[in-house]
Ligand binder design. Structure first.
Ligand SMILES: *Cc1c(COP(=O)(O)O)cnc(C)c1O
Length: 368
């Protein structure tokens, strides 16, 4: 791999392919796979990722918001796109761009029907979301008959799927709770299907649900974090390869004497002569202040260097006293080892948060 000359986020599409294929081995050949590409495909690049996944024949995409779906359509993405949290103000755009809404309350269901009727749609595909315990978005299990009778009153929309979301699929201490969610979803699906008279697709599992609850795959599974290389456990992490590596370089090296300070507010005071390096990445790039003052570390020539003092907007300073290195040398913040999850753990965070935080100022480079 080429050494970098500035801060870059390298995206390894071969790793993405590996993760996609591993997930496929975990489901039946007939189970559809939906790739969750919200939040710029978890901080990488939703257009590149979606285009590549289309070549691998992924079945479906999901984004959180309408504008994320519009960006994919603008880039020529053809597969169906589920918008998980559409806002009613965007319903007309959503229809114009062939995006499929998640409808999770009577308010959004009625609003969407109004717009679909005004736009003279028939059987427009929508996805009905039920709350089975996460208590975030979704109709209640007791809403089934009301939802069905609303849907029966119109030809403008049709329930293409029913779905729900697990609250703790990665946590075996919550197995009983998860099984209750699965059971609740089955009961909803049965009564809904029976009273509406056709069979919407059913889907419930996110990545950890796919790995831990094979009995709950239904017709489709939804994977985000797995595609990007994390299995939410040490055991499962071994089957995945992180697709994103955040790399930078040493801009400048200083040697400071005992008693001298480093950075804003003088938060690091040298207890002995110390060699420091300044790296061109800061909190505006997604490395939050919680990683400063000895918490986070970076890797240079396979050796760890801790982040000293406060994280600045555009830079961090690190302690390289014990590392043989020079200005211009490559610095790894995270990648295949240490991973983004390892880095996140130094400040009590998780892979999901750090990878989605890397700002657009950081250049994306794709390895194919
Ligand atoms: C984000 C999201 C997912 C993806 O979850 P992962 O744990 O990243 O696989 C799946 N379903 C819904 C509803 C989501 O919001």
């Amino acid at each position: 791999m080429e050494k970098v000359h500035e801060t870059v986020l390298e995206i390894d599409l071969n790793a993405l392919k590996h993760n996609f294929q591993y997930l496929k081995t975990q489901v039946k050949p007939t189970t559809k796979i939906l790739a969750v590409v919200k939040a710029f495909a978890y901080g990488s690049d939703s257009v590149e990722i979606a285009n590549f996944l289309e070549t691998l024949n992924v079945d479906y995409f999901a984004v959180a918001y309408t504008n994320e779906g519009v960006a994919l359509r603008d880039a020529g993405v053809k597969k169906p796109i589920l918008v998980l949290h559409p806002q009613s103000i965007n319903f007309k755009t959503l229809i114009e761009r062939c995006l499929e809404p998640s409808l999770y309350s009577h308010f959004v269901l009625n609003k969407f029907m109004e717009v679909a009727e005004a736009e003279k749609q028939s059987n427009y595909p929508v996805h009905i979301k039920f709350n089975t315990g996460l208590n975030r978005l979704g109709f209640e299990p007791t809403d089934v008959s009301d939802v069905v009778s609303t849907l029966k009153k119109t030809d403008s929309i049709q329930a293409k799927s029913l779905f729900s979301h697990l609250a703790a699929s990665e946590d075996f201490n919550e197995k009983t709770f998860t099984e209750k969610q699965i059971n609740c979803f089955k009961i909803i699906a049965e009564s809904f299907t029976e009273s509406i008279g056709y069979k919407p697709m059913l889907h419930l599992c996110n990545t950890s649900g796919i790995l831990n609850y094979p009995e709950a795959h239904f017709d489709m599974v939804r994977s985000g974090i797995g595609l990007y290389g994390f299995g939410n456990s040490d055991l499962e992490d071994q089957h995945f390869t992180p697709i994103a590596s955040l790399k930078s370089i040493i801009s400048q090296i200083h040697t400071i004497e005992k008693g001298e300070s480093v950075g804003y507010n003088r938060k690091f005071i040298a207890s002995k002569q110390t060699k420091t390096a300044t790296i061109p990445i800061g909190h505006a790039d997604g490395i939050g202040r919680q990683y400063g003052n000895g918490k986070g570390f970076v890797t240079i020539n396979n050796q760890q260097a801790s982040i000293i003092g406060n994280v600045c907007m555009d830079m961090i300073m690190i302690d390289i006293s014990d590392i043989d290195c020079q200005e211009g040398d490559e610095v790894i913040i995270f990648g295949k080892n240490p991973t983004a999850n390892d880095f996140a753990h130094t400040a009590n965070s998780i892979s999901y948060e750090i990878i989605t935080a890397i700002s657009h100022r950081v250049k994306r480079v794709f390895l194919k």
